[in-house]
Design a protein around this ligand. Structure first.
Ligand code: PHE
Length: 355
């Protein structure tokens, strides 16, 4: 084939293709033109390329150059048409959107399992006539120790067992933070502090529960965490006895865990500075109610020590009372068969969404 024929042929093709791409009005026409001119198998450009092999050897470089120029021009015309019709692309994207597809469900938020446990405990104790009250998490020496009959020499006051607070001077120097009485402030280590706060303000009878966070510098492991929750109960009136303590705890546990099963409470002798006598409280936990069939330890309790009643201005000759403090995490974990307390505080939504 003569070089001039080859060139003429490509000029015609370039003009024709440019005109065709310039004229397409929609995506379908564009696609048809694309196949016709630059289709990889049988496009006209591909066809013209075969002419390359037929020109004289000496003309090959010039023919190749012409072919590349024509190819570039045609591809540019195609790109321009694609760009021009991009507005139309939106329409086809809309057409591809299937409005009959089911929607994606929204994930609803939930209360944290500990919050659920607390709400349930408040509700049950409310039915037994106990009013829920709150106390501060930063406590002073009087409410966390002294009024609770915990003497200065008692190991419970040890800095290793408590989070004492510090103030930072501008220099960065840390100083012990103190309350109005000049004595150290700390994060409360037990909710028994609230007993004192309520009795100081209210004459007997009192019948309260207090649920909240307490802090102890324990290393976190499967059963310990430096912050956890307690439910504290206090009842002071004329003639309150340990029998009422036991039946209150029994009714509480029955309502929380028992269902149709009879729940029993077991006391083991113990010691707390603020109760006398003091006991550890266990609950039987029948297999039928999802339990182990054995005893489950719930916390401490006892009859309010006369020294405590005196410290808040009550007359121990007139009134007696019982108090108990149970671990909220322990009850929540047993209920849901959670084995590691840290799972409750890792904030992993996949874990929390189960409750
Ligand atoms: N405050 C005790 C504790 O944290 C529990 C307790 C509360 C014991 C009330 C007796 C009476 O271990």
């Amino acid at each position: 084939m003569a070089l001039s024929d080859f060139i003429a042929q490509l000029d015609v093709l370039e003009a024709e293709a440019t005109r065709a791409f310039g004229a397409v009005a929609d995506a379908a026409a564009l696609e048809a033109a694309r196949v016709e001119y630059v289709g990889a198998k049988a496009g006209k450009l591909k066809e013209a390329q075969q002419g390359l092999g037929k020109v004289d050897k000496a003309d090959k470089p010039a023919a190749g150059k012409k072919f590349n120029e024509a190819k570039t021009a045609i591809e540019a015309a195609l790109a321009a048409a694609q760009e021009r019709l991009a507005v139309g692309a939106e329409t086809s994207a809309q057409a591809a959107f299937d409005i009959t597809r089911p929607g994606r469900p929204l994930r609803l938020g939930k209360l944290h399992p500990i919050t659920q446990t607390i709400e349930r405990m408040k509700e049950i104790m409310g039915r037994l006539g106990f009013t829920a009250v709150e106390g501060p998490e930063i406590e002073d020496n009087w409410h966390n120790f002294e009024a609770l009959n915990i003497p200065l020499s008692h190991p419970a006051r040890d800095p290793l067992d408590n989070f004492y607070l510090a103030t930072a001077a501008a220099s960065g120097e840390l100083n012990e933070a103190t309350g109005p009485d000049g004595k150290p402030l700390l994060l409360r280590s037990q909710t028994s502090t609230v007993q004192i706060r309520v009795m100081e303000k209210t004459p007997p009878p009192v019948r309260i529960v207090s649920l909240g966070r307490v802090y102890r510098p324990d290393t976190a492991d499967a059963t310990h965490y430096p912050m956890f929750h307690q439910i504290e109960g206090l009842l002071v009136d004329r003639g309150v006895t340990m029998a009422e303590l036991k039946s209150t705890l029994r009714m509480f546990c029955q309502a929380y865990f028992g269902g149709d099963d009879d729940v029993h409470i077991r006391f083991r002798t113990s010691f707390f500075p603020f109760t006398e006598p003091s006991v550890e409280v266990d609950m039987n936990w029948p297999k039928k109610a999802g339990g182990t069939g054995g005893w489950m330890e719930m916390g401490g309790a006892g009859m309010v020590d006369p020294n405590v009643l005196r410290a808040v201005g009550y007359d121990p000759e007139q009134v007696t009372g019982f108090a108990f403090g149970l671990g909220v995490e322990r009850i929540c974990m047993r209920q849901h068969k959670v084995r590691d307390i840290r799972d409750l505080y890792t904030n992993d939504v996949r874990f929390l969404a189960q409750f």
